[in-house]
Design a protein around this ligand. Structure first.
Ligand code: ZN
Ligand code: ZN
Length: 280
């Protein structure tokens, strides 16, 4: 049935504002009428058929946009001709009240999803200043043995490979003493990923790292692990060592390929945001 056939009327506090259900007799008054006194505001004690209802105090500047739109539509459908810029008291039946609550929840969820798609660790202004707060698990390996990993967190302004590595070196030196750039390899992976990780040795690799950091941390909600492997400069490599190093680098290549494949899945969104924010 089209809304044209609904005759305009004044809103009466005894009926549901949205669906015209009479709170006293339970009849829908869209195309019908009843003998109840609908000018009386329903309370817990004075209505019979309809047990649950809501007294809504409508304040245009406070009501959720979704609810407001629903109410505006009803104002039009039933020809109440109320000035919706002013506050009013309305009654809602339980069905309509549940529906607007669901609509508000759905709208809020959608809004949250939009925030996730354009990843930003916090919605403060740190992004505009090109600041990134890193929270990482740092694992140091020496002679094929691993030190217990530690959680580190720091903030970098205009992060790049050099200032990132310099910051990490501070933590590495705390663990193993003075160390120089050529004395270790730097790699990363997500804490749940297996394999040797992805080598982090230049600005290009760092750009990839940032993308993966957001993907893993923000979208995947997992920790990123940074792996420091100390080289043994003085010791001569045995044949066996060489073989296992060869294996490791193959492993690494495989990981990198896997990583790029995985990245493609999210690439569009993440790349877009990173470029928008001028992170790279
Ligand atoms: Zn209703
Ligand atoms: Zn009635």
């Amino acid at each position: 049935m089209s809304s044209v056939s609904i005759s305009p009327r004044n809103y009466q506090i005894g009926v549901c504002f949205i669906c015209q259900l009479c709170m006293y007799c339970g009849i829908n008054l869209s195309f019908d009428n009843c003998n109840c006194n609908k000018d009386i505001k329903p309370t817990k004690n004075n209505h019979s058929k309809v047990v649950y209802f809501r007294n809504l105090i409508y304040k245009p500047e406070q009501v959720h946009e979704t609810t407001k739109n629903t109410l505006l539509r009803s104002n039009q459908t039933y020809g109440y001709k109320l000035d919706m810029k002013l506050p009013h008291n309305f009654t809602l039946c339980s069905a309509c009240n549940s529906q607007i609550n669901r609509d508000v929840k759905a709208a809020e969820k959608e809004q949250k999803n939009i925030i996730v798609i354009s990843p930003s660790p916090t919605d403060d202004t740190s992004f505009q200043q090109s600041q990134i707060e890193f929270r990482l698990r740092l694992s140091i390996k020496k002679n094929k043995q691993s030190f217990p990993s530690i959680i580190i967190s720091f903030t970098l302004e205009d992060p790049n490979f050099v200032n990132f590595r310099n910051k990490l070196e501070m933590y590495i030196c705390e663990q193993v003493g003075l160390i120089y750039q050529n004395e270790y390899n730097l790699a990363y992976k997500s804490s749940t990923e297996s394999g040797a990780g992805t080598l982090l040795d230049n600005e290009d690799a760092f750009s990839e790292f940032i993308k993966d950091y957001y993907q893993t941390m923000i979208l995947g909600n997992k920790k990123v692990m940074v792996i420091i492997t100390l080289k043994e400069l003085s010791k001569k490599h045995s044949r066996q060592d060489e073989v296992s190093e060869q294996e490791e680098s193959n492993d690494e290549l495989e990981n990198r390929t896997h990583f790029i494949k995985k990245l493609n899945h999210y690439q569009k969104n993440v790349l877009k945001v990173i470029y928008q924010k001028n992170l790279i």
